[in-house]
Design a protein around this ligand. Structure first.
Ligand code: SF4
Length: 510
């Protein structure tokens, strides 16, 4: 298989160890190029709107209807894309053939071309420039660019199987096995190579595949990660991880891509087929609502901001405390803090101010200056907290080290009592479905009681939202949500050791 690597530009490494959980990626795609609202420019907006889903790398792949080019790099969206780069990508799309799209066929000026885009934070494969997506490759069937949100639990076994067949891999990302599957003779001989490929994948995937003549958008049968469809005012179809991206480009929300569904966006319009039946019970990631998704998005049919406020209300009812103020930990605890204050009747105050200009590239000169780094990122207003009993609300604790430093800062500003309230249960188990939690031994709640965590953090009291309380907030039946990082209840086998036995079982599938 001839492999063409993505076009990469050099950029300093951005990734730093962080205490916050990190999403693996957001995707965006649009089919149909309109010079007045060109595809690469729409992708740029879609990426910007979903920057929270990945800050390590980003990219846009554009098809002219005949050929795909891509630009990917490490860094934030505005660091990667400048005007000349977007113009070059848009110019490529402009080379496509004119086409009429839309219900009335009256969208004159639209060109049969499209683009997909990707924001990345790595959970599989590490922080390497070669892992930036969309992953653009050439294979026997032509060209394909792939943008993937999720994590494939059988990627290592598939990769070893292909390596034994003599395939070479050019990235360390789990996503590359999709191209090797698609290119293999078994799939190419199938009447539907994309569907046949997807049936071999195990784990979480909301995927966009850009072929020269179409976009294929697919979601795993459990629906772990979100994927939504929308329509631009001129009739062009749009697909994105979150509805906020649809809002930003002026598209209406149509529906979710269903678990087990492939939706094709092309000059012929939008069509749907299935590669698998949806799982009997879905496994929507409940952490999307707790932390990841934008408050402005509607995810799995439920607005994120509203859900977070209700989580705060339930937390206040489950774990009340006498206090003078409710203070959110910015920005992640703000929504739940509003809910906690509303349900408890305790006044809500903003007493911790984030410095929005401290980027991820801030380098702590020495370990001794660690506290200065925390102070630079967060400023506690001592006139508000001094002598007060505070309820501090945050959405989650992963390793606990940053939370401990923040608590020390609030204490140093003169708080009389600090009662920490967390709007989700303790995270005790790793995620295998696209979220970069620490390993089990790095999770503060793994193997520790809440009292032990309280002592470590140095707070007067600590309480988490119960799992029942969290699931009670969600609008779908509790059985349709993945809660594995809290409960250890993994919906599928996540243990795919790359032994001879597992590799030969993969080979038998071909
Ligand atoms: S394990 Fe946790 S973070 Fe991962 S998909 Fe399940 S709920 Fe989401």
């Amino acid at each position: 298989m001839a492999i063409r690597l993505p076009i990469l530009t050099s950029s300093p490494a951005h990734a730093q160890p962080a205490d916050n959980p990190r999403e693996k990626c957001g995707v965006f795609g649009v089919w149909g190029h309109d010079p007045s609202a060109p595809v690469a420019s729409l992708c740029y907006l879609g990426l910007y709107a979903q920057q929270h889903r990945g800050q390590e790398a980003a990219g846009i792949a554009v098809s002219s209807g005949r050929r795909i080019i891509a630009h990917t790099a490490q860094g934030l969206v505005p660091e990667i894309f400048d005007e000349p780069t977007l113009s070059r990508l848009n110019l490529h799309a402009s080379a496509g053939a004119p086409v009429h799209i839309g219900q009335n066929g009256d969208s004159a000026g639209i060109i049969a071309a499209g683009a997909i885009a990707h924001n990345r934070y790595s959970t599989a494969g590490g922080s390497l420039a070669c892992n930036a997506q969309p992953l653009l490759e050439s294979y026997v069937g032509g060209q394909v660019a792939i943008a993937h949100n999720g994590n494939l639990v059988n990627a290592d076994a598939l990769k070893l199987m292909f390596e034994r067949r003599g395939h070479l891999f050019h990235t360390t990302s789990d996503t590359e096995v999709i191209v090797h599957l698609l290119a293999s003779p078994e799939q190419q001989q199938s009447p539907d190579p994309v569907a046949a490929t997807l049936r071999h994948l195990q784990g979480a995937f909301s995927l966009l595949l850009l072929f020269p003549d179409r976009i294929e958008a697919a979601r795993d049968p459990w629906g772990w990660r979100p994927l939504v469809l929308g329509t631009l005012p001129d009739g062009r179809a749009v697909v994105a991880s979150e509805t906020i991206a649809l809002d930003v480009v002026g598209a209406t929300f149509d529906r979710e891509v269903e678990p087990g569904e492939i939706v094709t966006l092309s000059a012929a319009g939008v069509s749907s087929r299935r590669f698998a039946d949806p799982a009997e019970v879905a496994a929507h990631c409940v952490f999307e609502h707790v932390y990841f998704a934008s408050p402005a998005s509607t995810v799995f049919g439920q607005n994120v901001q509203v859900a977070r406020e209700v989580m705060g209300e339930v937390l206040a009812k489950e774990s009340p405390v006498q206090a003078d103020y409710v203070l959110p930990m910015p920005d992640s605890g703000r929504s739940a803090g509003i809910g906690y204050a509303r349900a408890s009747g305790i006044p809500y105050r903003e007493g911790i101010v984030p410095n929005r200009y401290v980027g991820r590239t801030f380098i702590k000169p020495t370990q001794a200056q660690r506290m200065s780094a925390v102070r630079l990122k967060l400023n506690v207003i001592s006139d508000i907290v001094r002598g007060k009993r505070l309820v501090i609300v945050d959405d989650s604790i992963v390793r606990g080290t940053t939370t401990k430093a923040k608590i020390e800062q609030i204490r140093a500003a003169g708080a009389k009592e600090i009662h920490l309230r967390i709007s989700c249960p303790p995270i005790r188990h790793p995620c295998f479905f696209g979220v970069d939690f620490a390993t089990r031994d790095q999770l503060i709640a793994s193997g520790r009681t809440v009292e032990q965590i309280r002592q470590f953090l140095g707070v007067d009291s600590l309480a988490y939202l119960s799992l029942e309380g969290l699931l009670g907030v969600m609008i779908r039946s509790p059985k349709h949500y993945c809660t594995a990082c809290y409960s250890g209840d993994y919906r599928i086998d996540v243990d795919h050791p790359t032994t001879d036995e597992t590799i030969s079982s993969q080979m038998k599938m071909f």
